[in-house]
Design a protein around this ligand. Structure first.
Ligand code: SF4
Length: 733
């Protein structure tokens, strides 16, 4: 039942006096969209608590601190214009009109000298709000530039776009794991307890309660892994080999879905032959997983199918990350778990055969030459091409950057290169809620609101809800969408994007005015989804032409991908990892980075003392690896890779597999708290090592070594370590 809420508009949420008014709201601090109750008094947000909604009610540590974050003294409150040299924090206050005028003047100057393509935009994870991604992702296209980029250049696209579309023609946003009916649930390289909406973890927990088997494949033993039937502590970067070994065993045991394979797939024989090279014994030495655990998992899956899988960035950041995603989908197909109850269900929409964006050689998007399939399937430029264009005019000159809610110098590799890029740009705009590391090079800074201060909408798995402004914007801040619309207006094409939150909603739902009216009337409304059918490839419901099969060039599920072959890649889901464990140069360990946390969001909130004091960046190292190196919990250690070294505090734990160390990402920012400002782990990720298909750096698979620097005791950390030593590292079956 939905709670009826009369008059949900912002003005009624904002209390006119000091009476505390509690209203249902959507948390405004990250894109997850947890349902909360916000207490407002005198127009100010004073506290937030979790909503009681059983699916979406949630509040993490940063969400709880919303009032401190929203009203932080460091919040950007007015437009700023640079007054001193680049690299300094010398700015003066400006009016919105003056700042917008300066932006338009500079962009038009660059266009006149170098052409429109010399201006690029980048939308970071700070702008992953639904209306922003729906309407503003190509803000420079009407200006004439093909160089709109976003954080898809380093996240999501590999596993959710490239892998599924090249395998069975469907975008990952239309594929859902059916936890409710699965016999086996595999959680692979992701942690639903720390990432994603709370309904996912609740759905997994209730599936476990009804008897579904849970398998977690991850080098770190998360709390989910501790409650799983099986934890496979895979060595980072080797997931592809593991998937191929499982394929090999399933085929060798003759327990694959022969009818599906013969009627609906292409390339089975080639896959079978290729996978025979991945015996459990051989793969055991690559992945660090017992041979018996690999065959045990294959047995479990074939015996208790249907099998569903939830996988994400843990498999993306490896030399063959995209192909690993394809290997996992291929495994699901062999198990007869594609588009069936309890498997991976494809949403009930007709899916167009992949439409490839055609490259215009006269207006080549950045990075499209190096990663052509990325551009073909996303229509976006790739940030890996940006630095060369600015520093070396390759393939042409780029001199302007509009940066929204992102910090490439922290989230990408090679910070030195980024510093040189920022120095050389003729103009840089920064739109954010706080000063970031990039601020010191920005020419204009515009203050953006948090999502608590804007009107929009949020789409959930089966529901949609309007996001109502809870408080008026802080200072002169404006929502990202209003800022983007104002820039478009100044550049002469304001009519191409919605100008207000209301216009966004009307463009999103206006074709169905009854639906929109219902959204204003109710807290949330069910999405109008057609009746969910399974095995739609048999009935023609997966294709726009109504023919049976998958929306791929062959009409089949493609173990051998037509698209990959066409773009010059291996058509099979091949495994490649030149950085084998223990290879040369004394690097005996593998570095994985960037596990999600509920106190920070990528590089955001690391400047908040309430969240970060006592929450130092640590290097997690296995108990035995630490003992071999004479490292104890709380020691300062130096981690060395092929491209540099940094210091972190060691956390010795049995909850990471032997041979692997983990470091948090997001650190290294000039404004961050304590040792976070030095903890730039991406600075030691080799920039040249990438997945050739996605262009993603190998954030999770870097050979490294660790040595003790000096004794430094962190009493709290020492105690934490001692309590963890009591549980042993093991594979739980
Ligand atoms: S995960 Fe935390 S910060 Fe993000 S929406 Fe939920 S409560 Fe807010």
């Amino acid at each position: 039942m939905y709670l009826k809420v009369k008059a949900m508009c912002a003005l009624q949420c904002v209390s006119p006096d000091n009476v505390i008014q509690e209203s249902p709201a959507i948390c405004g601090l990250c894109p997850e969209g947890c349902w909360v109750r916000a207490a407002v008094s005198g127009g100010k947000l004073i506290s937030v608590k979790s909503d009681t909604n059983p699916m979406y009610g949630n509040l993490c540590e940063r969400g709880r601190l919303a009032p401190q974050i929203v009203y932080s003294p460091e919040r950007l409150k007015t437009p700023l214009i640079r007054t001193g040299p680049k690299g300094t924090a010398a700015f003066r206050r400006a009016t919105w009109d003056e700042a917008l005028g300066k932006i338009a003047e500079n962009l038009n100057d660059i266009k006149e000298i170098h052409g429109a393509r010399a201006v690029a935009s980048y939308m970071g994870a700070g702008t992953l709000e639904d209306s922003l991604t729906d309407f503003y992702g190509k803000i420079l296209a009407p200006f004439g530039s093909p160089n709109d980029m976003d954080c898809g250049s380093i996240c999501y696209v590999s596993s959710r776009v490239l892998a599924p579309i090249t395998t069975f023609g469907v975008h990952g946003s239309h594929i859902s794991p059916d936890f409710e009916n699965a016999g086996v649930i595999i959680v692979w390289g992701t942690n639903p307890l720390k990432d994603g909406l709370p309904d996912k973890k609740r759905r997994i927990r209730s599936a476990q309660a009804r008897g579904a088997r849970l398998v977690v494949i991850d080098p770190r033993r998360s709390s989910l892994a501790k409650s799983a039937d099986m934890w496979l502590p895979v060595r980072p970067g080797t997931d592809g080999a593991l998937a191929l070994a499982l394929i090999n065993v399933i085929i060798a045991m003759n327990c694959y879905d022969k009818e599906f394979v013969s009627k609906w797939t292409v390339g089975f024989e080639a896959l079978r032959k290729y996978a025979t090279g991945f015996s459990p014994r051989m793969v055991s030495s690559i992945c660090g997983i017992d041979e018996s655990a690999i065959t045990g998992l294959a047995n479990m899956m074939s015996k208790h199918a249907p099998v569903t899988v939830d996988f994400y960035s843990g498999v993306e950041y490896a030399p063959s990350g995209t192909q690993t995603g394809r290997a996992i989908y291929s495994l699901m197909a062999l198990l007869g778990s594609m588009d069936v109850n309890g498997g991976l269900v494809i949403n009930e929409y007709p899916h167009h055969a992949p439409r490839e964006n055609i490259l215009d050689p006269e207006n080549l998007p950045l990075g499209a030459r190096e990663h052509p399939l990325f551009y073909a399937l996303t229509g976006k430029a790739h940030i890996s091409g940006f630095g060369k264009a600015v520093l070396h005019d390759d393939p042409y000159s780029v001199r302007g950057l509009l940066l929204f809610g992102g910090s490439p110098i922290l989230s990408h590799t090679d910070p030195g290169m980024w510093r040189r890029v920022y120095e050389k740009l003729d103009f840089m705009l920064l739109v954010d809620r706080f000063m970031t590391t990039e601020s010191r090079w920005a020419d204009v800074i515009l203050p953006a609101t948090t999502y608590y201060e804007m009107n929009s909408y949020q789409v959930y798995r089966k529901q949609v809800r309007l996001r109502h402004k809870v408080i008026e914007p802080v200072g002169e801040a404006r929502s990202d969408s209003v800022i983007l619309a104002a820039i478009a207006e100044k550049l002469g094409y304001g009519d191409t994007v919605p100008r207000t939150g209301r216009e966004c909603r009307e463009r999103a739902f206006g074709a169905d005015s009854e639906h929109l009216a219902s959204l204003y009337e109710n807290l949330a409304v069910d999405l109008k989804l057609p009746q969910q059918r399974t095995r739609k490839y048999e009935s023609g419901y997966l294709r726009t032409d109504g023919k049976a099969g998958f929306p791929t060039p062959s009409g089949k599920f493609e173990f051998e991908s037509t698209l990959l072959r066409r773009y010059g890649y291996d058509p099979l889901p091949v495994y490649d990892n030149p950085n084998q464990f223990g290879d040369g140069d004394g690097m005996q360990l593998v570095l994985t980075t960037g596990a999600r946390s509920k106190t920070r969001f990528n590089s955001q909130y690391l400047d908040r003392p309430e969240l970060m004091v006592g929450n130092e960046p640590v290097l997690e190292i296995n108990t035995y690896d630490a003992a071999r190196r004479g490292i104890e919990c709380g020691n300062i250690v130096i981690i060395t890779t092929g491209c540099g070294e940094i210091s972190l505090t060691a956390k010795v734990t049995p909850d990471i597999c032997e041979g692997t160390v983990h470091a948090p990402s997001g650190g290294g920012g000039t404004n961050q708290i304590g040792s976070w400002s030095e903890a730039h782990i991406n600075s030691v990720i080799p920039p040249e090592s990438k997945d050739p298909i996605s262009g993603y750096p190998v954030f999770k698979a870097v050979p490294c070594e660790v040595r003790s620097s000096e004794k430094a005791w962190n009493a709290a950390l020492e105690l934490e370590c001692e309590s963890e030593q009591s549980s042993a590292t093991s594979v739980l079956i």
